[in-house]
Ligand binder design. Structure first.
Ligand code: ADP
Ligand code: MG
Length: 323
């Protein structure tokens, strides 16, 4: 695969949920590409469709979901793929980590049993080799005394260490892509910084693409090569990290950036974006951000044009012409 072939290509992805009151439009016409060893940050307020986008990619949406569009992973279409085939790709080539490590770890089993099982199942290793590789992977994510600590239960680790165990477990099969959904949100800032540093190193060492979901622009600045900004289930802007911070174009991206607390501001002065997030059961026509946007015009009520600023910088906004 050449460097220009994306690892992941999402095209016109839509996710709807059927509920009592109607249809929740959680993801709307979303397209993006992720390249080899790229770290993409997905940012946006709570409820903006970040998690559902990635669950759709993984084929893990709830039963009341309807999905359309295309998700190509290493050239293979995942939407509509039979569950058995998808399961194989998921456990092997795509890994996923969550905010709460206990969603992936079994509280009743020692780490050694949980890790060796993955390798015996997916890679056909015997127990002894599986154990050795598991210990190596724990060392890789910098768990001290991995040889002894592999015999502990999940609750015997601190929050940060438990997150490392989950990362190690996910990486056992050496996935090509790691999807991380707010994995550091519950950790204190020091531990969070250590995990981000670890992910940066692992991306290089293991040749992995990482998609990192967060509501924290500070985390994005620390970690990512590129940023996808989501609002109301729409991808509003995607650009390199430099362009996002130096030349943000969408008023929502600008608002998110000005909401980053600076070191000398007090937490209670943290600027939030005025107004309410959109109702996904009843999205307005045109731009979903129109009711909160300080640059809103009549045109925003009917259209949400897509503008290619350059091949890697795309923004959906009437401010930049209608191409
Ligand atoms: P976030 O950006 O915080 O990760 P999500 O992607 O989880 O947001 O959610 C997007 C929207 O989809 C939210 O409004 C959420 O309530 C809605 N949603 C998620 N799952 C379901 C479901 N099974 N049924 C109905 N609505 C859902
Ligand atoms: Mg989420």
């Amino acid at each position: 695969m050449s460097n220009n072939t994306p690892i992941l290509e999402v095209r016109d992805l839509n996710v709807e949920f059927k509920v009592m009151d109607g249809i929740v439009k959680a993801v709307n016409g979303l397209s993006f590409k992720a390249y080899d060893q790229e770290i993409i940050g997905v940012v946006g307020e709570s409820g903006s469709g970040k998690s559902q986008t990635m669950l759709a990619v993984m084929g893990l949406l709830a039963n009341n979901a309807k999905v359309s569009g295309s998700v190509k992973f290493m050239g293979q279409e995942l939407i509509g793929m039979p569950a058995r085939e998808l399961n194989k790709i998921r456990g092997d080539k795509i890994g996923m980590i969550f905010q709460d490590p206990m969603t992936s770890l079994n509280p009743y089993l020692k780490i050694s049993s949980q890790m060796t099982e993955v390798l015996m199942l997916h890679k056909g290793l015997n127990y002894k080799d599986a154990l050795n590789q598991s210990i190596q992977m724990l060392e890789h994510v910098k768990i001290p005394e991995a040889k002894n600590r592999i015999n502990l239960y999940p609750h015997e680790f601190s929050g940060g260490m438990r997150q490392r165990v989950m990362i190690a477990m996910t990486l056992l099969t050496r996935p090509k892509m790691l999807i991380a959904d707010e994995p550091t949100t519950a950790l204190d800032v020091t531990v969070q910084a250590q995990i981000l540093q670890l992910l940066k190193e692992l991306r290089k060492e293991m040749g992995m693409t990482i998609i990192f979901i967060t509501h924290d622009m500070g985390v994005v600045a620390n970690l990512c090569d590129r940023v996808n900004v989501m609002y109301g289930g729409w991808l509003m802007e995607t650009a390199s990290i430099l362009e996002t911070f130096n030349n943000p174009m969408h008023p929502y991206t600008k608002a998110l950036l000005s909401a980053i607390p600076s070191l000398d501001s007090e937490v209670d002065k943290l600027q939030t974006i005025p107004g309410e997030p959109p109702n996904l059961l009843n999205l307005p026509s045109g731009c979903p951000f129109q009711s909160r946007c300080d640059k809103v015009t009549e045109a925003c009520k009917s259209s949400i044009p897509l503008n290619k600023i350059n091949p890697r910088h795309v923004v959906k906004c009437t401010l930049y012409g209608n191409k």
